[in-house]
Design a protein around this ligand. Structure first.
Ligand SMILES: Cc1ncc(COP(=O)(O)O)c(C=O)c1O
Length: 382
């Protein structure tokens, strides 16, 4: 299967016809428990928290799409990150990109730090800062690239090289890119994390998360965490993600075409300041984006100046929906300071550069001319 091209993998990896019935789509196995074949023997499944045939298929697809050795589906992206840090023990040191989804910061600061794991935020776009922050107790470097919402990139290959020289592993939150546009394991990272809620599902109709490991010990640990802590993805949600994956390469192509067109329009608009879209040559990390990504995606953010202007702009939008989240077929706009980054204190937000004028856009697959016209009329009213 791994020798196939990507669009073929997306349709077929983990999604072969059902051996029992020939059904072309992966069947939904809603059974919580499975008949055992004897004392201590089964047909491969015994209880759905530990393993479920529908979930197995999604996990196989995820592993194939990221080029990993095992995939693990969780109840949300946050549950996947909680499982990821479940690898760590009291006394371990975790380095994290300083410009990440605020829910990750909330989990680390308000829950994980209580387990005696020391968390330190570092600007992972600065390789010297990463190397300087590594200690003997550093067990994991967790990076999000591009970051949310300012689209700052971290060099996955270079960070992985530095980390490995110090015996540390690297995990990458690949949610903003999708496996179509960025494959961190190919660049040397050890673990990939996704909120499948976004591009993998692609239709804004389910919450889910995933971890993809590259070593047998990841498989053992994540299987244990799924079974022991239990935050697994339900069979129905697995079915929706499997369905979304089949069209993901096609969707991403349109997301990206629209993303580029919108970014070019915004970059020339007098009311738009500091547009962050790595696909533009003017982005300070354009060269890194071109090197480590297979495309530039459809996420971007810009500064409209003030909270009041942001409010007027959001209110005037007709096609773009004022909503959190990203990666669905519909275009969304969100005011980062009061939505995705509301969990940060004012000081933390300021340190991260998320001012009250920042608007994040997730460009959908509608007609790009309609999207540009909508932004144009909303900017006129801002
Ligand atoms: C980059 C990133 N990581 C993780 C998450 C958390 O995922 P979920 O909402 O599926 O728990 C999100 C959610 O917005 C996100 O944007």
């Amino acid at each position: 299967m791994s020798s196939y091209k990507y669009a073929t993998l997306a349709v077929h990896a983990g999604q072969h016809p059902d051996p029992l019935t020939g059904a072309v789509n992966v069947p939904l196995y809603l059974s919580s428990t499975f008949e055992l074949t004897g004392i201590g023997t089964d047909r491969g499944w015994d209880y759905s928290r530990a393993g479920n045939p529908t979930r197995d298929r999604l996990e196989a697809a995820l592993a194939a799409l990221e080029g990993g050795t095992s995939g693990h589906a969780f109840a949300s992206g946050m549950a996947a990150i909680a499982a990821l840090v479940g690898m760590l023990k009291t006394g371990d040191h975790l380095l994290c990109s300083h410009n990440v989804y605020a829910g990750t910061v909330r989990l680390f600061n308000q829950i994980v730090s209580g387990y005696g794991i020391e968390i330190e935020y570092v600007d992972t776009s600065n390789l010297k800062a990463v190397e300087a922050a590594i200690r003997p107790a550093t067990k994991l470097i967790h990076i999000e690239t591009p970051s949310n919402p300012l689209m700052v990139l971290s060099d996955i290959a270079a960070i992985s090289k530095i980390a490995h020289a110090h015996g540390t592993e690297v995990s990458v939150d690949n949610t903003f890119m999708s496996p179509v546009l960025q494959r961190p394991l190919e660049l040397g990272a050890d673990i990939v994390m996704h909120s499948t809620t976004k591009y993998l599902n692609g239709h804004s109709d389910g919450i889910g998360g995933a971890l993809i490991g590259s070593k047998p010990e990841h498989k053992d640990r994540f299987l244990l965490i799924q079974k022991a802590a239990g935050a697994i993805l339900s069979p129905f949600e697995c079915f929706l993600v499997l369905r979304g994956i089949k069209t993901m390469p096609l969707r991403i192509r349109q997301h990206e075409e629209n993303g580029r067109a919108v970014a070019e329009f915004l970059s020339a608009h007098p009311k738009v300041r500091s547009l962050a879209y790595p696909g533009l040559k003017s982005h300070p990390q354009h060269e890194l984006a071109a090197r480590q990504q297979k495309g530039f995606g459809s996420m971007m953010s810009f500064d409209i100046g003030t909270r009041e202007a942001a409010g007027r702009f959001m209110e005037a939008l007709k096609i773009f929906i004022n909503a959190e989240s990203l990666g669905g077929v519909e275009s969304l706009a969100s005011h980062s300071a009061t939505t995705t980054h509301a969990a940060l204190s004012d000081a933390e937000r300021e340190a991260a550069g998320i001012t009250q004028g920042i608007i994040r856009l997730s460009i959908g697959i509608e007609d790009k001319e309609d999207l540009i016209a909508d932004l144009d009329q909303a900017l006129a009213k801002a």
